[in-house]
Structures are given as C-alpha cells and as structure tokens.
Design a binder for this molecule. Structure first.
Ligand SMILES: O=C(O)c1ccccc1N[C@@H]1O[C@H](COP(=O)(O)O)[C@@H](O)[C@H]1O
Length: 205
C-alpha cells in the first residue's frame, strides 16, 4: 500500500486503456475494475488483465465484487491478475480467510458502522453508500458519524468539489470514486479524474 504522505486515492470502474493511463499519470494509488455483474462499468477478466498489465507495480489493481461466490471471485482475480479484491456483499470473516493469498490486498466495503479496520481479516476497510457505484453520498458529514480505527477509505458520491472537505471532515486515510469522475454513467472523464486526484492531494496541505 501507498507510503506517500497524501491520502490514498483509488479511481474505480475503469474500462479503457486511456482512462487507466490518465489515472496512473494523475497519481492514483489504486485503480479498480468492476467484476460485479449488472453495472455499466462491468468488465470481463480478459479486458481487466489487459488494463491491469498497463499499471506500474506501485499502483494497486483491484477487482470489485458484489455478492459473488468465493470460487468466482478467486477465478476472476486469478484470470485478471489484479492484486486487490474488494467485496461489497454480505460476506463474513470466513470469506476473507478463504480469499487470503500471498501478495493479495483484501478490501471490505460496507455501509454499516464499523469500529476498526481488520475485524473480518481485511487489509483495508471501505465505508461506502448503501448503493455502491450510484454516485449518491451518505451522511459522513453528520455529527453521528464516527470514524473507524485503522486504514479506511471513504466512498460514495465523492467528486472533485467535495473530496477535500470529505477528507478533512472524516479523517479518512483515503478515498475511492467512480461516478464523480464520469461525464455520463459508466463513461470516465479524464479531466474529472485529474481534478479529483489533484483535489484529494491538495487536502493534505
Ligand atoms: O461502480 C460500480 O458500478 C459498483 C458496482 C458494484 C459494487 C461496487 C461498485 N463500485 C464501488 O462504489 C464506490 C464508488 O461509488 P460512487 O460511484 O463514487 O458513488 C467505489 O467503492 C466503487 O468501487
């Protein structure tokens, strides 16, 4: 994982070589490929392998899953060569145990309150909206919100305009975005990707 002093930034839902290159050149720490079915961002393992092959070793490649059987997750991860696995379903700790592999980073996405990162054996916790990938924000700015301990990413409705405030308000270790860097649903905007990474990095100063 990133040792840089700024926040960890993941750009998710990439489908083209150009968008991958833009995210990497902009300074993203991680790029995500959606393997969950039914999303306008869903890609197959073959395309993801091509895209992941463009990514330098210092940038984490992540496969995104939702409610899929463990064998399917493992197969997609192995066929695509992604180094991270992000789970958005109801999977319990045993699921993480089964997916643990040398060099693999496990990300647990949840919309529930969590005390600390690592409760299910994950390396990174991702606090997201109940409807992941929808672009809808949630109540991370409210007085009731309490941040988990450890490394966690904030996601859900983030944009270049609100990411700085989101990082300052929540103290998140990093951020993850998909909709907020798209010009239309499922189609990334290079300008918005660059603006998002710039705004996230600027929040550290
Ligand atoms: O992006 C999707 O379509 C998706 C589908 C299924 C599970 C997760 C998905 N994306 C994740 O959602 C957040 C981004 O949300 P937003 O669009 O920025 O509001 C991020 O964690 C993606 O990995």
């Amino acid at each position: 994982m990133s040792e840089s002093s700024g926040p960890f930034v993941k750009i998710c839902g990439l489908k083209t070589a150009h968008d991958v290159d833009v995210a990497v050149e902009a300074g993203a720490d991680a790029v995500g490929f959606v393997f969950a079915p039914g999303s306008p961002r869903t890609v197959g393992a073959g395309l993801a392998r091509e895209l992941a092959g463009r990514v330098p070793a210092g940038v984490l490649t992540v496969g995104v899953f939702r409610g899929q059987p463990v064998a399917e997750v493992r197969r997609f991860a192995e066929e695509s060569g992604v180094r991270g696995v992000q789970l958005h379903g109801e999977e319990g700790p045993e699921y993480y145990e089964e997916l643990r592999a040398p060099g693999r980073t496990l990300l647990r996405a949840t919309a529930e309150h969590v005390e600390r990162c690592g409760e299910y054996g994950e390396d990174l916790l991702l606090l997201d909206a109940p409807d992941p990938g929808s672009g809808k924000p949630w109540n991370w700015g409210s007085a009731e919100f309490t941040a988990p301990r450890g490394h966690w990413l904030l996601a859900g409705g983030l944009t270049p305009e609100n990411v700085g405030e989101a990082l300052r308000t929540t103290g998140a270790w990093g951020v993850d975005v998909s909709s907020g860097v798209e010009r239309e649903r499922g189609v990334k905007s290079p300008e918005l990707i660059r603006a998002f990474v710039r705004a996230a990095h600027a929040s550290a100063h």
